[in-house]
Design a protein around this ligand. Structure first.
Ligand code: SF4
Ligand code: SF4
Length: 361
């Protein structure tokens, strides 16, 4: 992969920290997206599988809920001497051993730490609304692939199950890796969906896992946006990776497939906008989330943008050849997109009958 000095994003001002209380999930729960969305955001999933993986009313039934306190723990007082180059290699090997598909290291930038706590677990801990204090030097970002077939079933209950199964797996990987680092004698804290202080996507871009796409998610060379992320922050001395240039920003300028296929037209088809000091495509999270909650009898959320993105295809030799070409030649982008449209359609309509899981099961 072609590495670059800094991420392929135009940073044009101060990157202000983001208040976790302002995420769309919090605003929806407070009723800022309307009463119907508020009620639906607070009610539990109608299917048993969804409740087992991410339920609200009986969270003890979900594995990830038990990983909330597992993000941190005691540090071994006997610190092992480490060589930063060797331990960086080893940490990546162990992340894969624990279940990561991709892993990268970067320095922890304060702009990518939430300014204030705003998760449900923070209410229980009595720190909701308190400033986030996190002084670690490095971030290890971990990605886990989501199953292609289940993503192609978007929007559906089986897609929802896949999302939360992957979140639980990447959370377990991060907690296990953080525990390993603490046993080496260095502070380390895992950050996952249910207990996190950092924004994973910009850290993943900085750590060389991929680039930011028009759809507002990380696009990796291997799996496109079809991944879920977790992070470990630590003071273990590490060697950061460099960001990569996959050609994503240039490809997105021309492609717009996610914008065409987003049911509520949440993803901009035009030019990037300025968001907290960075020029990027800004999706409308309110419209996205409202669509997730629009029809609880049929789906609990959506990944239509992920399933239609040309970078989401199976990680086989011809996909790797296409992404290799896209990273090196802007001239290849038009024929590659034409080919993707030919093979998958401009508006892909995948038939995934064998995954016919419904809420009635
Ligand atoms: S998840 Fe669905 S609604 Fe949200 S941006 Fe993607 S396609 Fe649009
Ligand atoms: S679908 Fe096209 S425009 Fe959207 S993120 Fe993927 S490559 Fe970029």
């Amino acid at each position: 992969m072609r590495t670059v000095k800094s991420p392929n994003l135009r940073i044009v001002g101060e990157q202000a920290r983001f208040d976790q209380r302002l995420t769309v999930f919090n605003r929806a729960a407070r009723g800022e997206l309307g009463e119907k969305v508020r009620q639906r955001s607070r009610s539990d999933y109608p299917d048993a599988l969804g409740r087992a993986l991410a339920g609200r009313d009986r969270p003890d039934n979900s594995l990830i809920h038990h990983l909330i306190p597992a993000v941190d723990g005691p540090v071994n007082p006997q610190r092992a001497p480490v060589d930063p180059t060797h331990i960086s290699w080893k940490v990546k090997q162990l992340a894969r051993f624990f279940g990561a598909d991709l892993v990268g290291i970067c320095e922890l930038e304060p702009a990518y730490i939430y300014s204030h706590h705003g998760l449900r677990c923070h209410v229980d801990m009595g720190v909701y609304g308190q400033p986030v204090e996190l002084a670690h030097r490095y971030a290890i970002v971990i990605a886990r692939e989501m199953d292609l077939g289940r993503v192609r079933a978007s929007p559906s209950y089986i897609l929802h199950a896949e999302i939360h199964l992957t979140y639980a797996e990447v959370a377990r990987t991060a907690c296990q890796l953080a525990a390993y680092i603490r046993e080496l004698g260095y502070p380390a804290r895992a950050h996952h969906l249910r207990n996190e202080d950092v924004l994973h996507v910009p850290l993943a871009v900085k750590a060389g896992l991929g680039e930011l796409g028009r759809l507002g998610l990380l696009i990796t060379r291997e799996f496109g946006p079809r991944v879920r992320l977790a992070t470990v922050t630590t003071d273990l001395p590490l060697v950061p990776d460099r960001p990569v240039d996959l050609g994503v920003q240039a490809f997105c300028q021309m492609c717009r497939k996610c914008a065409v296929n987003c049911p509520p037209k949440t993803i901009p088809a035009g030019e990037p906008a300025l968001v907290r000091g960075v020029e990027k495509w800004a999706i409308d999270p309110d419209r996205c989330y409202t669509y997730w909650r629009a029809n609880p009898e049929k789906w609990p959320d959506c990944s239509d943008c992920i399933k239609t993105c040309p970078w989401s295809r199976p990680n086989v030799w011809y996909h790797r050849a296409a992404t290799w070409l896209a990273a090196r030649s802007r001239l290849s982008h038009y024929p590659l997109l034409w080919l993707d449209d030919l093979l998958h359609g401009r508006r892909p309509n995948y038939k995934v009958r064998w995954l016919d899981y419904s809420k009635d099961w």
